[in-house]
Design a protein around this ligand. Structure first.
Ligand code: FE2
Length: 339
């Protein structure tokens, strides 16, 4: 099996596309009068939002968005230059504003998911089940290693890693998010987000190490963003459909439980320091990054919040290829998963 897996390591890539001025303007005008409040109201009109995005953008950007989900080689897509709301409120240091405060960005974000046929999802115990999480240097979490932290580098990780990966069976809990997107509302040009593509990382490891990482000999704790603590004994790497590798490594929440698991983790972490594997993104307002959460590792460097109302502010959303990977927490909201 491992031999087959090595044969099928993909040539993963990152695509970057730019939205022309005219397309951005058309999108802004088409979405200028939105009146919705909570996330689920936005989801009710997502078909319309998808068609507005489709009819406003140019072919190159549309094709990249539509092709992203099913193209195994594509692991990250960066769309630059989308319009954002002109009269933004101050960066929400408590981590929350209703999406109606940023209607244009929220509408475009959902419209892009619709166009790419990715289902927007959230989790009952993470971010209070809200669809959008605002990645900000929250004043009550400056020292946290989470999307609300800032001071410390937030090490390489996959989001919500203790939930079942795309090739693992579901029982009572929803699956780990397959997609994760970030839309920049305010940027800080000094702050880099890094990522390492999984297959490039695995190619640097011996078969013995990869085999060890595929054993369920690691304790994976729930990340800080969940309002509950839990740990599970799981493998870090899983061989999915057609030999595609999936990953649940999370620097802050992974503990090896055997000597050989610890040795393999040392080898993995040594490669995470390998500068030649790292790619980075610096966001500007209006940039959207969509990644395949289980196919790469992402991290954010530490920074100092100015606390002046104009700090870095990103909107995050999770996605699934199908709602079958979600165990609904409430019958009326099929996109909010039990976790
Ligand atoms: Fe993350």
């Amino acid at each position: 099996m491992l031999k087959e897996m090595v044969k099928t390591l993909k040539k993963q890539s990152v695509q970057e596309v730019h939205v022309p001025y005219e397309a951005a303007n058309k999108l802004k005008n088409a979405l200028s009068n939105l009146r919705f409040r909570e996330g689920n109201e936005w989801l009710n009109v997502r078909e319309w939002l998808g068609s507005v995005v489709k009819h406003s953008l140019n072919d190159e950007v549309i094709n990249s968005i539509q092709g992203f989900k099913s193209d195994d080689d594509q692991c990250a897509l960066i769309i630059r230059g989308l319009p954002v709301d002109g009269n933004l409120c101050a960066t929400p240091y408590n981590g929350y504003v209703p999406p109606s405060k940023v209607p244009l960005a929220s509408a475009i974000h959902i419209g892009i998911y619709q166009l790419s046929q990715i289902e927007p999802v959230s989790y009952q115990n993470e971010n209070k089940g809200f669809l959008f999480r605002y990645v900000v240097p929250a004043l009550n979490a400056l020292n946290e290693k989470s999307s609300h932290g800032s001071t410390f580098t937030f090490g390489h990780h996959v989001d919500n890693p203790d939930l079942p990966l795309a090739c693992e069976p579901l029982t009572k809990r929803s699956g780990c998010p397959e997609f994760l997107s970030l839309m920049a509302l305010r940027s800080d040009l000094k702050v880099r987000s890094n990522f390492i593509l999984l297959d490039n990382l695995i190619a640097q490891l011996s078969r013995g190490v990869v085999n060890e990482l595929c054993q369920p000999n690691f304790r994976i704790n729930r990340p800080d963003s969940f309002g509950q603590s839990r740990s599970s004994r799981l493998p870090i790497l899983v061989i999915g459909e057609d030999g595609v590798m999936l990953c649940r490594y999370d620097k802050e929440n992974t503990t090896p439980l055997t000597e050989s698991a610890a040795a393999a983790l040392v080898m993995l972490e040594a490669q995470l320091q390998n500068e030649s594997l790292k790619q980075h993104v610096v966001y500007q307002p209006g940039d959207v990054l969509i990644i395949k959460n289980q196919r790469l590792l992402h991290s954010r460097e530490g920074f100092k919040s100015r606390s002046d109302g104009a700090d870095r502010w990103l909107a995050r959303m999770f996605g699934m290829s199908t709602l079958e990977r979600i165990v609904p927490a409430f019958p009326e909201f099929q996109h909010i998963g039990k976790d």
